[in-house]
Write a protein that binds this ligand. Structure first.
Ligand code: GAL
Length: 711
């Protein structure tokens, strides 16, 4: 007899022969457009509870009311064999996005994935730096499977015998239209646990669905202003005087610099780490950090969180460590309060008190051979697999708590995050180094409640160097990571001016960028996002019949075409990076008029346009009616202070406005209403007006000047 416990809609169909768990199957409306349900007996430890994530209910309450977006009777949930099985219906044209940070493709329909925290391994198969079991559908809904296990998903691949809309079998012998992947009308999920919590989101459109997901997961956040300037990571084993010389070289070259990242070498031991300054390279850490502060430079410290036997922290953390080590360093169980407090007290005393701006939390993703195996045990009872899924979050949480206790914002880097990390001010990076994949990473980050930096490291040519530099300057964290190569922005002198120009252009965009992050925090809207999240954009995956090749394509799999190389920064700016070897590229515009950022000329409307580029400029486009606030090209954010002249660039013919946000730039006082928002509106007739929407304090701008572009 088959073991079956099947929950169909509100009815329970059960044939008992195995341990079954009742499934309530009732969706509880938690907030506008948000429902939760529980299947079976969920585990006590999941992505959201691991770091005590609380939904941003006040922000969610500002969203529109929504009806339950799906036919409940077509969602199936069952617990069998100690595992949870879920089925969601798919309509023929439905597109699915999200499911972790992937780097090659955007649409997920037709893919099979096992979400597993790991270093990306060049395949979109679920091994990911961002384990986010959340998908958003073009039908206007999304689902979070709140499990810290390795979740399997078949996204429109399984064909069920009970399908109301089954495909018809075709004969490969005779039918030239034979399809190797028959139509599937469902998305199926297997959670290797006896139950799970599901959160379902509905919204006005996909962007609104993603925004509600972000708010439910406690995000977004506003980084400190300095975090949006330029970051340079120095080579491993650099000393204080080498860093000093590096900072001086940036001044001499007139290149923006806000953050210096120290790589392995600042700890007295690395791999595993001590979280103590190395006294030979940094004999006077306080004096050094103070000097950097005075020069307007924040420090970001690389670490992996595995504690070296020789560390002062070791003895107090050892009783709380897991059964396995990483590079012979212990892995503290930070789900427990005591070790978390010990760690927080230590970093607060040794680094935060000196004015350090944050950390780069390395090696929390994998690769498999570095991290503990899944058989590892931890004192709290959290399993090796669950700990792997959440360790990055646990470290971010501890660091975040330490900064919050000082009422200071941090901005850092991490190599592993998940749905519980939306609120943490971190950006994901990786050792991967494909420029195209880096851009697709930016595209996909916005579906997943995470941010991604396409950092620059090395380059085969000046042309590639400047193209990479342009992309990183239009990303959440503009960084040159010279840890291995010792590269500088001027490493390719033939393109230095172009590099400097784009870095300074980023600085001019600071008001726009900061307000875009404020929108992330206030409304959950992802600051960097796929074109698919823009109304009027045709992002459907196009499949062309595959060609038979006995070696490369024995099943005649379809060729997939989709837009993976352009994205939005905020509401109004379309970024279409050029890659080495290209002098022109195709840009696909959403409906509505779009304008060239630099000239204000109309370029496209709901169509594909081949745009020509120059070496010195990244192609940027602006939507009709956009008002883009800009400041003069400052070299550091320390110059972005009261009285800054403000230019408002106006594009196109439609009416439009921009809500310019400002606050003190470093503390959490904005959570208590200490911020200012002014709405700058341009009418089609060329009338300009300003309205104060919030006046809690903090305003860096002087008198504004309007500039109609294209005239
Ligand atoms: C890698 C990391 C690099 C660099 C290096 C230092 O794991 O991805 O960015 O920090 O460690 O050893």
């Amino acid at each position: 007899m088959k073991k079956i416990l099947l929950w169909v809609g509100t009815g329970l169909l059960a044939a008992a022969c195995c341990r079954t768990e009742p499934v309530p199957g009732r969706w509880k409306n938690e907030a506008p457009g948000v429902w939760t349900t529980v299947v079976g007996r969920p585990e006590g430890y999941d992505l959201l509870s691991s770091t005590d994530t609380k939904p941003r209910r006040e922000a969610l309450n500002g969203k529109s009311a929504q009806d339950f977006p799906l036919d409940m009777s077509r969602i199936e949930m069952a617990v069998r064999d100690g595992k949870t099985f879920l089925t969601f219906p798919l309509t023929p044209d439905e597109q699915i996005y999200g499911l972790g940070l992937q780097f090659k493709s955007v649409g997920r329909r037709g893919q099979i994935m096992r979400l597993h925290m790991d270093h990306y391994g060049s395949q979109d198969n679920g091994r990911t730096h961002a384990l986010v079991p959340f998908f958003v559908s073009s039908e206007g809904y999304g689902v979070l499977i709140n499990s810290a296990r390795y979740v399997d998903l078949w996204v429109g691949t399984g064909v069920r015998t009970d399908s109301p809309n089954p495909p018809v079998a075709q004969d490969r012998n005779t039918d030239p239209a034979w399809n190797p992947q028959p139509y599937s009308d469902n998305l199926e999920v297997l959670v290797p646990a006896e139950g799970v919590e599901l959160v379902l989101f509905s919204g006005e459109d996909m962007l609104d669905v993603v925004s509600r997901f972000n708010l439910w997961c406690g995000g977004g956040f506003i980084p400190p202003k300095w975090g949006l300037g330029f970051w340079q990571r120095t080579p491993t084993r650099y000393t204080d005087s080498m860093v000093r010389a590096e900072v001086e070289a940036f001044v001499e070259n007139g290149f923006p610099l806000d953050v210096v990242g120290l790589e392995p070498g600042w700890h007295s031991a690395a791999y595993p780490c001590t979280f103590e300054w190395d006294s030979t390279r940094f004999p006077d850490p306080a004096g050094f950090a103070d000097e950097m502060q005075r020069r307007g430079v924040k420090l970001n410290l690389w670490c992996n969180p595995y504690i070296a036997p020789r560390a002062k922290l070791y003895d107090s953390l050892a009783p709380y460590a897991g059964t396995h080590t990483v590079w012979c360093g212990i892995v503290p169980d930070y789900t427990l309060r005591e070790p978390r407090e010990v760690f927080k007290r230590h970093i607060d005393r040794e680094q935060l008190a000196l004015g350090v701006g944050g950390y780069k939390v390395d090696e929390v993703d994998g690769f498999d051979c570095w991290l503990w195996p899944d058989v590892a045990e931890f004192p709290s009872g959290v399993t090796g697999e669950q700990m792997r899924s959440t360790y990055g979050n646990l470290v971010m949480a501890a660091v975040d708590e330490a900064y919050r206790a000082r009422n200071l914002r941090t901005y850092g880097l991490v190599r592993a995050a998940n749905a519980g990390a939306v609120r943490y001010p971190y950006v994901i990076y990786s050792d991967n180094y494909s420029h195209r994949e880096f851009v697709t990473g930016v595209v996909n980050s916005g579906f997943n409640g995470v941010l991604w930096t396409p950092e620059v490291r090395a380059s085969g040519s000046g042309e590639e160097w400047v193209r990479r530099m342009q992309t990183t300057c239009f990303s959440p964290l503009a960084q040159l990571n010279a840890w291995a190569d010792g590269t500088k922005p001027w490493s390719f002198p033939e393109v230095y001016e172009a590099c400097r120009e784009v870095a300074l252009l980023r600085m001019q965009f600071l008001p726009y960028l900061y307000s875009t992050f404020a929108q992330y925090y206030r409304e959950g809207v992802p600051p960097f996002r796929a074109m698919n999240l823009v109304a009027g954009f045709d992002g459907r995956v196009k499949r062309e019949k595959g060609t038979l090749d006995g070696t490369e394509n024995p099943y005649e799999m379809a060729t997939i075409r989709e837009i993976t190389d352009q994205y939005m920064m905020g509401n109004d700016l379309l970024v279409a990076p050029l890659f080495a070897g290209e002098t022109e590229r195709k840009v696909v515009f959403p409906q509505g008029d779009w304008y060239d950022f630099y000239t204000g000329e109309r370029v496209g409307n709901g169509n594909e346009v081949v745009v020509r580029g120059t070496l010195g400029r990244i192609p940027l486009f602006v939507r009709d009616g956009a008002v883009i606030p800009m400041i003069p090209a400052v070299r550091t954010t320390a110059e972005w202070v009261a009285g800054q002249p403000l230019e408002l660039r106006v594009y196109g013919k439609a009416a439009g406005s921009f809500d310019l946000y400002d606050d003190d730039g470093t503390t959490y006082d904005f959570e208590q209403g200490k911020y200012t928002i002014r709405r700058f509106t341009a009418s089609p007739e060329g009338r300009y007006s300003v309205e104060e929407l919030a006046s809690g304090g903090g305003w860096s701008y002087g008198p504004e000047q309007w500039r109609k572009m294209g005239e």
